[in-house]
Design a protein around this ligand. Structure first.
Ligand code: XMP
Length: 318
């Protein structure tokens, strides 16, 4: 019978056998899969696991700092690389969603390859691939592994792609990954984290991206997510986030008319992201959250709630 405990025992043994004293590099995304894969490998080979956590500047507010600190607290040998400026540069002037994804994928590979080169004699590339990633050609689960997969055929293989690949979660479904993580006493806050797309806020800022737009969206998103948590709604929702619309609208503040940005809030229920229903959030929650966003976030004067399901809408707007 499959239990998380027996899976951990057998996998640790198998990984030790397979890897021996070799060095392994792994890209952490902050998501559930890469985090559980890292802890499993850490348990097996300790500091021979070299983790790299790249800040693409498109993560949630404070996510880079807090997730990096969490990883360090778990004893992982992790290097944080803040490449925000490089990503923003590569995105300058791009509005097309697929062009944005390509630019982010390309820069990620460059940054990761540079870092991987600094690990002497690294032999393996570990990935947090799970079973649904294996059966779908296009991964919907996000993270570095998805980025790498969809870009490895562009312009020759980067060196780290020539490493032997180890994917300890390849046979598991998401709920099993969470149970494996829990059996290794990983923090519930990490295991319960909502899915978040690899390109991050870049595909939630419709149109072109600037540092100022990223800042505005991070603030809005933080209010929304913090409120979901404090209302005990976060765990009832499969995924949630805010979208910065390329629209200004007229508002009024005191005696003055404003002409500012509009944001959409999105929260969905789903099991695998393939279909999704919008969540019937309480009116009072929406009311408080909308007021708080408009009062706190300079540059935003209007909030709307997305009541579209997938299909025919998608979860993301781009
Ligand atoms: P859609 O918008 O297609 O999203 O309904 C389904 C799930 O996939 C995530 N998503 C992505 N994840 N890179 C990723 O790593 C992407 O380019 C990407 N686009 C969408 C989305 O957040 C949702 O969980």
């Amino acid at each position: 019978d499959w239990t998380p405990q027996s899976f951990v025992e057998e996998t640790v043994e198998a990984l030790q056998e397979k890897i021996g004293n070799d060095k392994v590099v792994l890209g952490l995304s902050g998501g559930v899969d890469s985090s559980v894969a890292a802890i499993l490998l850490h348990k097996s080979i300790g500091t021979n696991l070299y983790c790299i956590f790249v800040n693409n500047g498109l993560l949630r507010k404070n996510e880079y700092e807090s997730v990096l600190a969490q990883y360090e607290g778990m004893g992982l040998n992790v290097k944080g690389v803040d490449a925000s400026a490089r990503f923003l540069d590569a995105l300058a002037g791009l509005s097309d969603p697929e062009m944005k994804r390509k630019a982010i994928g390309r820069v990620f590979i460059e940054v990761f390859d540079d870092e991987a080169h600094q690990i002497k004699d690294v032999k393996w590339l570990a990935q947090g691939t799970i079973y649904p990633d294996v059966i779908e050609s296009v991964s919907a689960t996000g993270g570095p592994s998805a980025t790498i997969k969809s870009h490895h055929n562009v312009g020759g293989l980067p060196d780290f792609m020539k490493l032997q690949v180890v994917e300890p979660l390849k046979a598991l479904f998401k709920d099993e990954v969470r149970r494996v993580g829990a059996s290794m006493e990983m923090d519930a806050a990490i295991l319960g984290r909502h899915p978040f797309p690899g390109p991050g806020l870049a595909i939630r800022i419709l149109g072109d991206i600037t540092a100022e737009k990223v800042r505005i969206l991070q603030e809005v998103d933080a209010v929304f997510i913090d409120n979901l948590k404090s209302w005990n709604l976060y765990d009832k929702v499969w995924q949630a986030g805010a979208i910065l619309l390329p629209v200004n609208s007229v508002g009024v503040m005191g005696d003055e008319r404003t002409y500012e940005k509009c944001v959409a809030l999105r929260a969905v229920e789903s099991t695998d992201g393939m279909t999704a229903d919008w969540v019937n959030l309480p009116y009072e929650f929406l009311q408080k959250t909308s007021n708080e966003i408009i009062n706190k976030v300079k540059g935003v004067n209007r909030v709307v709630y997305d009541i579209s399901s997938k299909p025919p809408a998608t979860i993301e707007w781009e």
